[in-house]
Design a protein around this ligand. Sequence first.
Ligand code: GFB
Length: 357
Amino acid sequence: ASDGVDVNGYIVYCPCMGRFGNQADQFLGALAFAKSVNRTLVLPAWVEYIPYKTGSIQVPFDKYFKPEAILPYHKVITMERFMTELAPKVWPPEKRFSFCYIQRGNGKGCDAKDGNPFGPFWDNYKVDFVGSEIFGPELHYLAIYKGNGKLSWQEKYPGDTWPVLAFVGPPSGFPVESTNVHLQEYLVWQDDIEKKSRDFISSLPKGPFIGIHLRNGADWSRACELVDGTQTHLFSSPQCLGYHQENGKLTAEMCYPSTSTIIKQLKRAVKKINATSIFVASDRNHLITDLNTALQNLNVVVRKLPYDSPHVDLAVLGRSNLFIGNCVSSFSAFVKRSRDVHGFASEFWGYPPDLRR
Ligand code: GFB
């Protein structure tokens, strides 16, 4: 419309599950959902957690990614702009209902602000809800993939009476559905992240480099303890095992590779692409000393960023000549998807299992 309002309405949601990689997976599903119901997607802040501190912080979507890069696929607006420019018109305080699939918490409704990051997220935008709207199983957002949801969402919640559907959590699944993996192409880094990654890469020795992701923090070793050879799938593992487990079984080495597996696989990769350096991204132990010692005969240097930035880590990994990631981690999955967009090669630790011989 001429006043800049989308008459089909808006989708707002809290990325209330997991950290960056999880949120990015679910973002792609939310984007596909918004397109399927033809509503503008309001780009939520990224929810971040500060170690040893309670609560969460909300980082505007466009701190990391360019909203305009998504527009060729679907209409979007940042949450900050939506709240200041459009909410006074389309979402006045008395019309703020929260949407959930089934009731949450102790009450009868969605309890949209109960707990962290739920409360801090909406408080960040000074949003309070006057009521709940439980949409129930026949309208699950995944129904669109079965081909019978689209009309019902629009019939039950037409844009003129329900201009804003505000979801308590992401209207999408985890991991990202196979049909939405390609939407990664619309996530384009902001210039400063792009520049930092280029600057870092130009500080490496001339020649090809391998980017590796070592997910080895305490939360990860606990999660990997679940892997006992019986599971077919954990977190992001469909990215290598396939969405129908067509590519084999999950192993503990794929989730938490031993240092010797990492070294064996790296030596093979260095020879394969004639790498001159290795870039290591990690949430805890970069293994710089072990890797430098093990690889010194191959004339490669092992480096990490001189500062902590998950996003620059992701951007550098995305540009490496070969990426070796963790099949189970959604942080690795972000890198794998962004490389697939350009046809860049990726491998996974301990996968396929015969690589370990
Ligand atoms: O991204 P993420 O959802 O991936 O969460 P997973 C892991 C977080 O750890 C990232 C940090 O968002 C980063 O903050 N991190 C991990 C890293 N790898 C790196 C790295 O290479 N460099 C830097 N700088 N930071 C899931 C969680 O993690 O793991 C779930 O989302 C749960 O909540 C599960 O905890 C066990 O899929 O790896």
